[in-house]
Design a binder for this molecule. Structure first.
Ligand code: GLA
Length: 400
């Protein structure tokens, strides 16, 4: 078959192949608005977030401390996983008498400031979760028994609290603030942006409204990253559905300081096999996605640790060459994506949803030296790989 941009892809043994290409591709980009001028997230932020690991009621300060320890001890911190983010359900059921937020005294008996200190002492940065409306998502979805813990009407006070506690990263999550509180997304997210900007402390600002109002078209001057999808769950179908959603979004590429966020990683979780986790990670790398591990870093299998810690794959994620990896072609069971702009190398992800091992190849104009970033070796000049079902190859192509 002939693909857009002169790229041809074919599968030799099965009609069901998923193919993605990370490619230094000299396409013109849409003009992007300037990124949020806080000087942060020059590359897609990386870290760990509690939500995909423990969700709501199992969140404790111990879980967070152990995650920080394991990030340091496994080498993931040094591979780039910097931010330890406490998601929803850290809050006490009500605010203090002076209106300030406080931590749940049972599950966070030492409070957030001490926890942030501990995270910092492990050479990591600390993040927290809040919402612009009156209700957090867990109050609606996880029966979290709290009231009045949203930041609506408390934006300045909460920003100052986070500053005082040593917060380096804020995840600000929509949670129906339109239907429940009548808020406008852009205005509400801008309000907290401005409060954060007034603080002495640099705080990465991650917003989440699940892609509903196409934030990739307006959020670049508002936040450092913006969710593009609903929640990713730990199944292969969810991974594939999220990849599909990114196809339309990537043309509104992220840029240094402002990133499309297809949601936190599910590597190692749910029903994902090691191959599926690796394929998921490969595509997130191609997309220059923020990389937030969401599983217990102390209990990772060797395969999943090798996935999350693959320096060559992380380098693809962190190497923004002027445009986010985008889908260049798709057919039954395969996709081709590429990264426009920049210099030098490119890469390929190949996956087979079919049962037999299949050889997948892509014909890309030019002559290439090909390196397999999972096998960590140069594999010649053919852009092809033989793959198990749901396996991915991430290939770096360097002009010969
Ligand atoms: C939403 C977000 C998740 C998580 C939960 C917390 O579902 O998309 O990432 O933060 O809320 O309740």
């Amino acid at each position: 078959m002939r693909l857009d941009h002169g790229i041809a892809a074919k599968q030799k043994t099965s009609p069901l192949v998923l193919l993605l290409v990370v490619l230094t591709w000299l396409l013109s980009l849409p003009t992007a608005a300037p990124a949020l001028a806080n000087g942060l997230a020059g590359t897609p932020p990386m870290g760990w977030n509690s939500w995909n690991q423990v969700r709501c009621h199992d969140l404790t300060e111990d879980v967070v401390r152990k995650a920080a320890d394991a990030l340091a001890d496994t080498g993931l911190r040094d591979a780039g996983y910097q931010y330890v983010v406490v998601d929803d359900c850290w809050q006490a059921p009500t605010r203090a008498a002076d209106g300030s937020l406080r931590a749940d005294p049972t599950r966070f008996p030492h409070g957030i400031a001490e926890l942030a200190d501990y995270v910092h002492s492990r050479g990591l940065l600390f993040g927290i979760y809040a919402v612009p409306g009156s209700r957090t998502c867990a109050m609606a979805n996880d029966a979290y028994p709290a009231s009045g813990i949203g930041s609506l009407g408390h934006e300045r006070q909460d920003a100052e609290t986070f500053d005082r506690w040593g917060v380096d990263y804020l995840k600000y999550d929509w949670c129906n603030a339109d239907t429940v509180d009548g808020l406008d997304r852009k205005a509400a997210f801008e309000k907290m942006r401005d409060e954060l900007a007034a603080l002495p402390r640099p705080i990465v600002y991650a917003i989440s409204e699940y892609g509903v109002s196409s934030p990739w078209t307006w959020a670049r001057p508002v936040a450092n990253l913006w969710r593009t999808t609903n929640d990713l769950v730990a199944t292969w179908d969810s991974v594939l559905a999220t990849i599909d959603q990114q196809a339309a979004v990537a043309v509104h590429s992220g840029s240094p300081g402002g990133w499309n966020d297809p949601d936190m990683l599910q590597v190692g979780n749910g029903t994902l096999t090691a191959d599926e986790s690796r394929a998921h990670f490969s595509v997130w790398a191609v997309l220059n996605a923020p990389l937030f591990a969401g599983t217990d870093p102390a209990k990772l299998s060797d395969a999943d640790l090798a996935t999350l810690g693959n320096a060559e794959a992380i380098a693809v994620d962190q190497d923004f060459a002027g445009g986010q990896g985008r889908r260049l072609d798709a057919g039954p069971g395969y996709q081709v994506g590429g990264t426009p702009g920049g210099e030098g190398g490119s890469g390929v992800v190949l996956q087979t949803p079919a049962t037999p091992p299949a050889t997948v190849s892509a014909s890309i104009p030019g002559s290439w030296n090909v390196r397999d970033l999972w096998a960590h070796r140069d594999v010649g000049t053919d852009v092809s790989a033989t793959l198990r079902p749901h396996q991915a190859a991430l290939l770096k192509l360097t002009p010969r």
